[in-house]
Ligand binder design. Structure first.
Ligand SMILES: [Zn+2]
Length: 459
């Protein structure tokens, strides 16, 4: 981002040559998992160039050619934004068409026996979503969400869709509109009212204000249904863990405002009790975070977490001879100090020391149909995730799939086994995708459309 600006505005920025401008452009970047969307909010309603006052100001303080260059950079930024919006609408439309086609013609993806099943359309849609997921490196769930968004916009909010296709409205705002339409059936007369209200403001105010507006319009349309909406939303409550850089992660809890307020009140009171004490160096944020972790993990209670999180640590690192990093299953490398500590005294972790040269953990039992615990462990460790390219589900909760089916002579040894999440395991047997396990342990999925997909080897 900084680079583009530097090039486009080279003439303007000469006095700043060599100055790192990154901080200027990133200073408003959102930090949390939420909020990134709002920082993109754009307002087109006022153009500074139409104001006479600016010219008076400019004569006194900047040359005319600099002003012209500024105008051209601003125009370029604006028209590129319109193109991004238009292109995203085109993308959504194409995704929706591909999935709808698969639903109408399951035989495009499924084998004969699977086409006859009552869930053939659903399986075929899943196959099409898997294919796009592999092409675009986007989770299959996201692909299906986009198809759903396109369908809602095209069939229920045609006014909003038109603004999106025109490039006036952005994807983030379009999604806000889709959310606002949730729960209104296709024939619901209130949809037209909602569409009118939203399409008249979308793209003319910031995302935050548009969201507020959408909420207000929606509430007005269903004064008597707020409770129903809350009940439906509350049924979606969940906890999400998102791994980010520097060995950190976000734990997000989606719950009712009342429960969130109770949680916050207790965390805050606990932190305020301790902050500022003579032997307490942590600030309020840190104290609240530490208290939340301790309570959620159940530290010191009989129900303390016993999840099977796998940590591998090279033997020499444990002994302190080497500093090769450990691996947290499905997440990636963790620093040696943390790995060593987990290995030494964390009973809730499944620990495995690996050979420092080959990283091979265990000898395997190759004689039975069911994978042994050791094989399952080994496969989980070597793959980390589901082996369908582009799928991010953790291997530890996946099925162990026979690459060549057991009934077709496939052996239960590690060469013929690979983890596949439940959905992809099912898809593999029902669809015409063919699969090859490669020497480097990756699996290639060949689509009936002729395209082959392979992820790079894990880690
Ligand atoms: Zn999967």
């Amino acid at each position: 981002m900084a680079e583009t600006f530097d090039n486009a505005g080279a003439g303007l920025l000469d006095p700043l040559a060599g100055v790192d401008l990154t901080a200027f452009f990133e200073s408003e970047a959102a930090v949390g998992p939420e909020g990134a969307a709002d920082s993109d909010a754009t307002s087109f309603d006022v153009s500074p160039f139409e104001s006479d006052a600016w010219f008076e100001f400019s004569e006194a303080s900047a040359p005319a050619d600099a002003f012209a260059e500024l105008c051209s950079a601003l125009d370029a930024a604006e028209s590129a934004q319109f193109e991004v919006n238009w292109a995203m609408a085109a993308h959504l439309d194409a995704v929706a068409r591909a999935l709808a086609l698969a639903a109408r013609q399951p035989g495009l993806y499924l084998r004969g026996h699977a086409c006859a099943g009552s869930d053939a359309a659903e399986l075929a849609v899943r196959a099409a979503a898997a294919e796009l997921s592999m092409r675009l490196q986007v989770p299959a769930g996201t692909i299906r969400t986009r198809a759903h968004e396109a369908t809602v916009l095209q069939t229920r909010l045609p006014g909003v869709w038109a603004r999106f296709v025109d490039g006036v409205a952005g994807y983030v705002d379009a999604r806000v509109a889709v959310d606002a339409a949730a729960g209104f059936g296709a024939g619901d007369a209130r949809l037209a009212e909602l569409d009118d209200a939203l399409s008249s403001v979308i793209g003319t105010v910031s995302t935050a204000r548009f969201r507020q507006r959408a909420r207000t319009v929606r509430a007005g349309l269903e004064r008597d249904r707020l409770e129903v909406r809350h009940t439906r939303a509350f049924a979606q409550r969940r906890v999400v863990v998102e791994h980010v850089d520097d060995g950190m992660a976000w734990v997000s809890l989606y719950t009712s405002q009342v429960d969130a307020a109770r949680v916050w009140a207790r965390l805050d009171a606990t932190a305020r009790r301790d902050v500022g004490a003579a032997d307490e160096p942590r600030n309020l944020d840190q104290l609240r975070a530490d208290a939340a972790v301790a309570w959620l993990a159940g530290d010191g209670t009989p129900s303390a977490a016993r999840a099977e999180v796998i940590v591998t640590v090279p033997v020499l690192s444990i002994a302190g001879v080497d500093t090769a990093p450990g691996m947290l299953d499905g997440v990636g490398p963790i620093d040696v100090a943390t790995a060593r500590q987990l290995f030494a005294d964390a009973p809730s972790f499944l620990r495995l020391a690996v050979d420092p040269i080959t990283a091979a953990p265990l000898a395997l039992d190759r004689t039975r149909y069911r994978p042994t615990k050791a094989q399952r462990l080994w496969l989980t460790l070597t793959h980390g995730r589901c082996t369908r390219p582009g799928c991010d589900r953790l291997a530890i909760s996946a099925d162990i799939d026979h690459q060549i089916d057991w009934q077709h002579g496939g052996a239960t040894n590690a060469d013929n086994l690979s983890p596949a999440c439940r959905g992809d395991h099912r898809l593999k047997h029902a669809s015409q995708f063919t699969h090859t396990k490669n020497r480097d342990d990756t699996v290639t999925w060949l689509s009936p459309t002729g395209r082959a997909y392979t992820d790079p080897p894990p880690f």
